[in-house]
Ligand binder design. Sequence first.
Ligand SMILES: [Zn+2]
Ligand SMILES: [Zn+2]
Length: 234
Amino acid sequence: MMKLYYDLHLHSCLSPCGDNDMTPNNIVNMSLLKELDVIALSDHNSAENIEAVRKVAAGTSLLVIPAIEVCTMEEVHILCLFYEFEACLKFGRYLYDLLPDIQNQPAIFGDQLIMDENDEITGHLDKLLINAANLSIDRLLKLLPDYGGFAIPAHVDKSSYSIIANLGFIPEDYHFPCIEVKNPPYECGFAGRVITDSDAHYLEHISERERFLEVPEKSIRAVIDTLKGLASIQ
Ligand SMILES: [Zn+2]
Ligand SMILES: [Zn+2]
């Protein structure tokens, strides 16, 4: 087993609330500077910058997990990690179609920039990404396995956009093996694994080398399977 220091919840300049300095190169370089082993890029309701981050990190020691922070119709944020980049991108595009047709107003909400691996702006998304998608938690959990995706209720201790704030509890029927808590320790009677990420929207907020996962190997599959509680039986 090996220890991987992680931060599995980061936003890029694609998220309107994400700073424009959260470019693919800055995210990867800051994560390396902080001596993290694995990060997940998890923009709101889209994965359009994951490919650039993957390319920047290629050849470095940093493992990048493709991810999306989905805002469900219950206005609950669910951190979704994927085994494959392609499937994550595909799910992100499906999700984008489920967003309401409300345009982003960059002056109010911030830019939604798509960048390449050289931090060149190659486009932007028009629909406001922080809105709730027309997708229930129930439906999300049914769809994710088709895309090799794994759901983690995000920042459950936050007073808004969290499963506990909005539903009042974590329904057992959903069988979440893992939840994310922003400010541990947090007592909610959850018996599974609890992780803590930065949810950084600014470079300086990316986690320090503080929290680790014990995994059998340094791979996307090993990290996700460990969070699922499966890694030990492989
Ligand atoms: Zn969130
Ligand atoms: Zn977030």
